[in-house]
Design a protein around this ligand. Structure first.
Ligand SMILES: Cc1cc2nc3c(=O)[nH]c(=O)nc-3n(C[C@H](O)[C@H](O)[C@H](O)COP(=O)(O)OP(=O)(O)OC[C@H]3O[C@@H](n4cnc5c(N)ncnc54)[C@H](O)[C@@H]3O)c2cc1C
Length: 392
């Protein structure tokens, strides 16, 4: 196996790198580097810059705006964005709803929603989890009752990321509670967030940030044309989508940039008169995480190669989710260890220098705890791998 880039791929990487450096707004980059919250405007600005360039949805079919890049080029693009400190593209429309519409949507649904997702006209969120129905998603209770050419939806979703910004939500709802098998009788609906009867309530996370919400549906009327796939077949759609959700959780480029920053910080932070980098235990942990990151990178290339062969992401993508998120958490822990008392939660700061960066580290440490929970907790991912490899 040749793990080096070809001359053409190297030239592609250089082009991408130069373009990102010239086009990523400096204020957005500053927020990314300093782990500051991004506004809806920050996210949409970057989305639209990429859309104008034609790079916002590389993996989409070319007739809908995809780039026809090879898997290696797509990987390079991802990695370069992480290195350059680009904001993550909000995945709910581009990487979750869109693949579902390509696979299960009607022509009318594709024409209506995909161009708007591409341009960033509609902001989407994901309505899967409910109180008591997270890992055990098939127990979900939100009801959708058919009434003429509408469904009437009543129930509650929780942990809905960016629902407070969203124009649309894709939802799993129960259309037939009488089915013996819980996975049957679930349907996949696209719901306009401006519909009467929807209430969004914020959940503040332990870093003080507002990313997630509760969403309440009180007899919300949804046109039947917003049903994706057949009524009662929503579980198949949900499972298809979850594979794509996990593909995006590795964040390898970002981890590589953070690891580089960590090395720089550890080289200048002193402990007992020596840089913390000289501490053998610190070095040991740092080296381990670097090796794991390299292994993850190679694993990721293998998955991309499967996608190139036309195989949709399957249960084995769980590996990427587990390792990628564990690495993100380890780097945040080591960053805290490196700066010691300078990483103080909510310390007031007034500029964007090194102090500002260190002051955000405690909040970042708290925030990134979520990574091993969202997109299906890592314990659940391990169960999936066990079933896959042991056939349990
Ligand atoms: C920051 C954040 C953002 C999120 N965004 C969204 C979103 O946009 N849309 C959405 O629909 N959901 C979202 N979620 C919800 C997320 O998918 C769920 O939190 C997750 O699936 C876990 O479900 P739960 O919270 O109900 O915990 P539970 O399922 O109650 O699990 C509690 C604990 O028990 C463990 N556990 C449960 N079952 C098993 C088992 N069978 N074997 C081993 N261990 C088990 C879990 O790993 C976990 O540690 C988000 C969550 C977070 C934290």
């Amino acid at each position: 196996m040749d793990l080096n880039y070809s001359p053409e791929e190297t030239a592609f990487r250089d082009d991408v790198r130069a373009w990102l450096a010239a086009n990523l707004p400096a204020d957005v980059r500053g927020k990314m580097i300093n782990y500051e919250a991004l506004s809806k405007d920050d996210l949409l600005r970057w989305h639209r810059i990429l859309a104008d360039k034609g790079w916002v949805a590389p993996e989409w079919p070319v007739e809908w705006g995809g780039t026809q890049w090879t898997v290696v080029e797509r990987y390079i693009f991802e990695e370069e964005q992480g290195y350059a400190a680009c904001p993550p593209l909000v995945p709910f429309g581009l990487r979750m709803c869109a693949p579902v519409l390509f696979r299960f949507g009607t022509e009318a649904q594709k024409k209506r929603f995909l161009p708007r997702i591409f341009r960033g006209d509609d902001f989407w969120c994901q309505g899967y989890s409910e109180p008591g129905s997270g890992s055990d998603l098939a127990s979900l209770k939100t009801r959708a009752v058919r009434d003429g050419d509408h469904y009437v939806v009543t129930g509650q979703k929780i942990w809905t990321t960016m629902a407070h910004h969203a124009d649309w939500i894709f939802c799993l709802v129960r259309t037939d509670p009488g089915r013996e098998k819980r996975q049957e009788g679930i349907s996949f609906l696209l719901i306009d967030m401006r519909s009467p009867g929807i209430t969004v309530r914020p959940i503040i996370l332990m870093d003080g940030g507002h990313d997630v919400n509760e969403v309440f549906f009180d007899e919300v009327r949804v046109p039947v044309e917003n049903l994706v796939h057949e009524e009662g077949k929503g579980w198949a759609v949900a499972k298809y989508l979850l594979g794509y959700e996990r593909m995006g959780t590795g964040r390898i480029g970002q981890s590589k940039r953070e690891l580089q920053t960590l090395k720089e910080v550890a080289a200048r932070q002193m402990k007992d008169g020596r840089p913390i980098m000289d501490d053998p235990r610190f070095r040991d942990r740092l080296t381990r995480v670097e090796v794991e990151l390299m292994a993850l990178e190679i694993t990721n290339l293998r998955f991309l190669d499967q996608l190139r062969g036309g195989r949709p992401p399957g249960a084995d993508v769980s590996l990427l989710k587990i390792k990628g998120t564990e690495i993100q958490q380890t780097i945040s822990e080591l960053m805290m260890q490196a700066v010691g008392p300078f990483a103080q939660a909510f310390r007031p700061v007034d500029n964007m220098d090194f102090d500002h960066f260190t002051a955000r580290l405690a909040a970042r440490y708290c925030n990134i705890r979520k990574a091993t929970i969202y997109a299906g907790s890592n314990e659940i991912q391990r169960n999936i791998i066990a079933k896959l490899t042991l056939g349990l």
